[in-house]
Every structure is written in structure tokens, then in C-alpha cells.
Design a protein around this ligand. Structure first.
Ligand SMILES: [Zn+2]
Length: 285
């Protein structure tokens, strides 16, 4: 998504904004077109908003001011303005092409999502919101509309509580990982919990990983001996291997944690540089 923003020929700006999620203004005589993104949001929301605004640009729409956390939740589909439907469809297919959805499902050991918790895990692997992922799997006819409506009423916080075993104040996001995620790239964020179901690693395994990641001494979402848990306590600065090895050194499991700047403006431009890409920085369509 961020590579596409750099290539799109529009000025792209990330800024802390009180209420707007994103904004698109087309090019006019004497003015560059531009996209503005709210960097107080999480990475998944920034990516979704960026794809939505890019959709408006690709379709040559006049403008978009997206306010509200998920402007389309609760609004009947037939009430969406046509341009917003197009931009949303663009965002879903751009961020979640069917091949990627299938790869993510394979990592979860699934052919289709069978419960709300599967959609939640899928959303983490795809870097999308829970509701956005749910809408998309319904459009892909991977889940029946009535079932999807039921899952849409499930609060992700309840799923996080159940997975983490923490009724009060569950972690911000909870990954449920198995041997099938071996070798995957995970876009973790500060505050994430990683539950690694790997009884074959035995008790008290060793691990290596970035400084921001801590192995929990007492897992709360796993029975003793069923695996290990990690907390992401800080920003992961560069792509880093997280690797767990059994005491006898014979078994291991590893994933790559992708960089997560603590300031989300860093998603759009490296921290310390002006948060502006596009024609102003020399890129052209
Ligand atoms: Zn829009």
C-alpha cells in the first residue's frame, strides 16, 4: 500500500487529525492532487483509508472526505453513494486479492473461515480491519450473508479476551499462531500478543528476537507445555527474525516481524523526514 502511495503521482500526507480518517482532493489546474491520512489510527485503518482514497483517484472521482471510524458500518448498502461503493470495492480488492486471502487461510490451517475468530486472525494476517475483512470474505462468497451478519455483531475485544485468557484488559491484538505460520512475515504492532501453539517445542525453550519482544514467563492463553507467548512491548525497528528453539536444539519455529514505527507518520515516510511523498518529492506516475 505504501509503495503504491509513493508511485501514485499524488501528494500524500500523513497527519494527526481529530476526526477525519482520510481525504482525497483531485488535481486541478495549478494544484496537485493529494491524499491526506490520519496517522493517529492503527496501521490497518491507515492502509484501508489509503486504499480507499487511492480508489477515488484511480476512478477519477471529485473528492472524498471520510469521517467516522468506519463510515460504512451501520449504513445500509443501498444508501452508499456510488463513488463510495467503488472506492470501498477498490480498497478491498487491492488490499485483499484472493490469492493473498488463500495464503493467509492456509497459514491458519483453514479452507474457509468457520467462526468469527477465524475472520479476526485473517484480518491480522491481511493487515485489514475485522469488519473490512468480514465484508470481503462475504463478497468472496466464503461465508453466508446471515452467518456474516452474526459475526459482524461479535466484538473483537471478546475474541481477544478468550484467546489471551485475560478477561479484563486483553492485549490490543492477539495472534493465534501454529506451525503453519513458520516462515511467515507478521506485521506486528506495539501492544500485540503472539500465542505460539507449539507443544513440540517442549518446556522452557530458548528464543531470539528483537529487543522490543519479550517472552512471557507464564502464558495465560495456553496450558503449560502447549507453547509460548510473546508480548511486543516496543517498536520493531527493522525486519527481524523471531525464532524459538527447543531445549535439545532439535525443534524450532520462526517468523519475521516486520518494522512497526511507534509514530505512524513513519509508515508513510521514514521518521525524521517530511511526511510527504508524491510530486513534491519527485515521484511521478
Ligand atoms: Zn470515500
Amino acid at each position: 500500500m505504501f509503495t503504491a502511495l509513493r508511485r501514485c503521482g499524488l501528494a500524500v500526507m500523513g497527519q494527526d487529525m481529530p476526526s477525519l480518517f482520510g481525504m482525497y482532493l483531485p488535481a486541478m489546474p495549478g494544484r496537485n492532487g493529494g491524499i491526506c491520512l490520519n496517522t493517529t489510527m492503527g496501521e490497518a485503518t491507515i492502509r484501508h483509508t489509503a486504499a480507499h482514497e487511492l480508489g477515488h483517484a484511480e476512478f477519477g472521482h471529485q473528492r472524498c472526505l471520510a469521517d467516522g471510524p468506519d463510515p460504512f458500518v451501520g449504513m445500509p448498502r443501498d444508501k452508499w453513494p456510488p463513488e463510495e461503493k467503488q472506492a470501498e470495492a477498490f480498497a478491498a480488492w487491492f488490499l485483499m486479492p484472493i490469492r493473498l486471502v488463500k495464503v493467509a487461510l492456509t497459514r491458519l490451517g483453514l479452507d474457509i473461515a468457520r467462526q468469527a475468530a477465524d475472520v479476526y486472525q485473517l484480518s491480522l494476517h491481511l493487515g485489514a480491519s475485522y469488519q473490512g475483512t468480514l465484508r470481503h470474505v462475504r463478497h468472496l462468497r466464503m461465508v453466508d450473508s446471515q452467518v456474516a451478519a452474526g459475526w459482524g455483531r461479535v466484538q473483537p475485544a471478546r475474541l481477544r479476551s478468550r484467546l489471551s485468557g485475560q478477561r479484563d484488559q486483553p492485549p490490543a491484538r492477539v495472534w493465534d499462531l501454529s506451525a503453519l505460520t513458520e516462515g511467515a512475515q507478521l506485521r506486528v504492532e506495539q501492544g500485540d500478543r503472539l500465542i505460539v501453539r507449539a507443544p513440540w517445542l517442549g518446556g522452557d525453550p530458548d528464543f531470539t528476537g528483537p529487543a522490543a519482544v519479550r517472552m512471557r514467563s507464564t502464558p495465560s492463553g495456553l496450558a503449560p507445555g502447549d507453547g509460548v507467548e510473546f508480548d511486543v512491548d516496543g517498536a520493531v525497528e527493522t525486519a527481524s527474525l523471531l525464532s524459538v528453539t527447543s531445549r535439545d536444539g532439535r525443534q524450532s519455529w520462526s517468523v519475521t516481524l516486520m518494522p512497526t514505527p511507534d509514530d505512524h507518520r513513519g509508515l508513510i515516510a521514514p521518521p525524521g523526514t517530511r511526511v510527504l511523498v508524491g510530486p513534491m518529492s519527485g515521484a511521478r506516475r
